[in-house]
Ligand binder design. Sequence first.
Ligand SMILES: Cc1cc2nc3c(=O)[nH]c(=O)nc-3n(C[C@H](O)[C@H](O)[C@H](O)COP(=O)(O)O)c2cc1C
Length: 165
Amino acid sequence: MATALTAREFRNALGQFATGVTVITVEREPGSVFGMTANAFTSVSLNPMLILVCVDERAKILPMLHKKKSFGISVLKHGQQAVSEYFAQAEQHSEAEHRLGLHYRWTPEGVPVLEDTVVQLSCTVVATHLAGDHTIIVARVEDAEIPGGEPLLFFRGEYRQVAGQ
Ligand SMILES: Cc1cc2nc3c(=O)[nH]c(=O)nc-3n(C[C@H](O)[C@H](O)[C@H](O)COP(=O)(O)O)c2cc1C
């Protein structure tokens, strides 16, 4: 008989799937941005153009996403581990952002995205689905800027880079 999978084994198993690293950004007050690092991001549909991101039920950003219904997604570049770690913590303030050299750009839809990243998407929430301890946010992509560059990768719980750099 197969033994039950433990949470650690589950994380370990899913960690074998290499991903990029994104930062979801939402305007929490006029001119002020809150972000969250997320790698549970994927494309969903071409027509209409949909993506999804899975957000922890306890994440501070979740009520903001429900309220604003629009958000940015920026795909981090190789070398931006500190940016990933910064947006994985709840305390965010402008001095730290200044130190990290972070700059936001507002898209034509009025959504903040992170400059100096591989790609920046402007998204509108079209559906939310509660799934276990996460909410799947399905969103339409309104706009995309592709500055390009090499991506930051996440694999087996560690940051990596594309080989050959
Ligand atoms: C590389 C990386 C990927 C992450 N991916 C996700 C994700 O896809 N969804 C999610 O809810 N949290 C993800 N997290 C955790 C969040 O960034 C954040 O730490 C957590 O939701 C707590 O947020 P809060 O302190 O703002 O409530 C990730 C963290 C890291 C470092």
